[in-house]
Every structure is written in structure tokens, then in C-alpha cells.
Ligand binder design. Structure first.
Ligand code: RIB
Ligand code: CA
Length: 314
């Protein structure tokens, strides 16, 4: 039986690749997309999620609109210099034909977990606001979920949204601290590994040979995103953030992990930093917290090849 997943997403160029990667993997059954602010405002994230499912021919999959602001304050704003003002590399797609479901993201998550106890993995690849709201709405989702595998955080690596914090966590640190502190199984696929998953120019070029709608769309939206990376980092090509969370679901052996309690910085310059506790003397702030499965190593080339293999067969 395929593993049921809900992807909580702020599409976003790398979100797009992750969603297509999941849709092309028979081991996974995407039962819904829930949308959140981050790369774009939630309203645009919802429109993009609908567009992507239309491109993939999967309008059977529901989209549920999520929170428009963080738990404790307003959304600080999108990042058009990374994902384009349309969240799709400034290719400006036509409006989607479909509409989101008449249920909020948090309610959708709670209802699906209640209906399928033990069967669903939550895959957040944006800020964790919807997940935190779902926890507040129904704390028993920790019993009903199979596990949470999220793209976000930086345990030992520097941040990207600031020197301290990774974008998904920094966009709602209070929500992230709740998610890492709840009594469920969480795997953190953060910058410690995604900055080691490098899609080189030749890897990108290979997508031009696939000849399918999803890979063709990826080729269209990548140039803007790639320009950001090549002007911000020394390497040519891009880092693979959200698809790395999907790859973890497909083949955890790609990763080396550690079990650490995680707290999230919410104040000052350190806002958005995920702080792991290790060693023998665990300070009170990290005591009585569940251990998070933190990815610290990855076989980047094998991950990039896995994603290409799935999209090639789309
Ligand atoms: O830091 C990378 C993360 O922030 C990715 O999920 C990207 O899509 C943005 O949401
Ligand atoms: Ca994302």
C-alpha cells in the first residue's frame, strides 16, 4: 500500500519539484496539499498549488488554504528574488481552473488524520504555522499521525534567511518550537543536509530530455531560481531543499541522522535558529522534549539521481 502523505507547502520553485517528485513516486499517495505563506503569500501559494496539480493532471487531489500570518505576528513577506514574484520563476501562469476545498489547512489535517489513524505522514516544506494550528485544534493528532518529515531548520549549519535561521523556521519560530516539542515522531531535513544536495547544471539539463509536462514545467521555472543560487553561492546549479524531504520518505538510507532535542530561538538575532541539545548535561529548556530525528549527512548525488529517475518516468 502506498504511504499516504499531506504536503504543507509554500510553492515556490523547489516546492514545485518536491510535489512533482512525490506525485511521480508510486510508494507515495498524496492525499492533499495544504498551503502556507513563505516563498509567497498564502493566497498565491494556494493558486500555485492548484496550478501545479492541473499541470500534473491530478486535480483529484484537494488543496486546503492555510494561515495567512504567523502564530504571533504578521507574515514578514515573500522572497521574489528567489522564487519570482509569482512563486514560479516569473513565468506568470494563467489562473487555475479549480478552487481550494472549503476547509482550512489545519482542519483538513485534523480531519484526515482522524479518518486515517496511523496511516498519514505530514510533510511540511514551508513554515510550520498550519501544523501548529492543527495541534492546537486537536492535540490528539500526535497519536493519529504516522510521522512528520519536514524540510526546515539548521542544527549545525548556518541559516539562509538570516545568518541564524533557515527560512521555514524563521518565518514562524513559535510554531516550529511547538512542532518540535509535541509528542510525535519528527524528522528534520534541514540545511545541514540540503546544502549538500547539489543539482548541477548537467543534472538540470537532463530534465530537458524527459518530454513530460512536469519536467517541462520544472525547466521553465528553474532559471530565475538558479540565478539566485549562482549569485549567492559559489557553486553552479541549485541546492535541493524540499525534494530532500520527499527523498527521505522514499529512501532514508540516503541520510545520516542524530537524535537530538530541538528548541527554536524566538528572540533577537537568533530568531529562527533550531538549537540541538547533545552531550550529557541537558539544560532545563531541552529537558522533557522528544528527540527529533535530525539529518546531518546525505548522499547528495544519489538523491539527485533518484529525483531525476522519478521525473524521467512521469
Ligand atoms: O530554506 C529553504 C526552504 O524555504 C524551502 O522550503 C523553500 O521552498 C523555502 O520555503
Ligand atoms: Ca518550501
Amino acid at each position: 500500500m502506498p504511504r499516504k502523505i499531506i504536503i504543507d507547502t509554500d510553492p515556490g520553485v523547489d516546492d514545485t519539484m518536491a510535489i512533482f517528485f512525490a506525485l511521480c513516486s508510486p510508494e507515495l499517495e498524496v492525499i492533499g496539499l495544504t498551503t502556507i505563506f513563505g516563498n509567497v503569500h498564502t493566497e498565491l501559494a494556494t493558486r500555485n498549488a492548484l496550478r501545479l496539480l492541473e499541470i500534473a493532471g491530478r486535480t483529484d487531489i484537494p488543496v486546503a488554504h492555510g494561515a495567512d500570518n504567523a502564530l504571533t505576528g504578521p507574515f514578514e513577506g515573500p522572497v521574489p528574488f528567489v522564487h519570482g514574484s509569482d512563486g514560479q520563476g516569473d513565468i506568470f501562469l494563467p489562473d487555475p481552473a479549480g478552487a481550494p476545498a472549503d476547509i482550512s489547512a489545519a482542519q483538513f489535517i485534523v480531519e484526515q488524520l482522524r479518518a486515517h489513524p496511523g496511516e498519514i505522514t505530514l510533510v511540511p516544506v514551508g513554515p510550520l504555522t498550519n501544523i501548529a494550528l492543527a495541534l492546537r485544534l486537536e492535540p490528539r493528532i500526535t497519536e493519529w499521525v504516522d510521522q512528520v518529515v519536514l524540510m526546515g531548520g539548521n542544527a549545525l549549519a548556518p541559516g539562509n534567511a538570516s545568518p541564524a535561521g533557515e527560512a521555514n523556521i524563521r518565518n514562524d519560530p513559535e510554531a516550529a518550537d511547538l512542532v518540535f516539542g509535541a509528542d510525535w515522531s519528527v524528522t528534520m531535513v534541514g540545511l545541514d543536509v540540503t546544502h549538500k544536495v547539489h543539482m548541477k547544471p548537467e543534472d538540470i539539463a537532463e530534465y530537458e530530455t524527459h518530454g513530460n509536462a512536469m519536467s517541462d514545467h520544472i525547466i521553465r521555472i528553474l532559471p530565475h531560481y538558479r540565478n539566485y543560487f549562482e549569485s549567492s553561492y559559489p557553486a553552479q546549479g541549485i541546492f535541493v531543499h524540499d525534494s530532500s524531504a520527499i527523498a527521505y520518505l522514499l529512501d532514508p538510507s540516503l541520510f545520516e541522522t542524530k537524535r537530538w532535542a530541538i528548541r527554536v530561538g524566538t528572540q533577537g538575532l537568533g530568531r529562527g535558529k533550531t538549537w540541538p541539545a547533545f552531550g550529557k548535561h541537558i539544560l532545563p529548556a531541552w529537558q522533557n522534549r522528544p528527540l527529533v530525528n535530525v539529518c546531518v549527512g546525505v548522499d547528495g548525488p544519489r538523491l539527485v539521481a533518484l529525483e531525476a529517475e522519478r521525473l524521467r518516468k512521469a
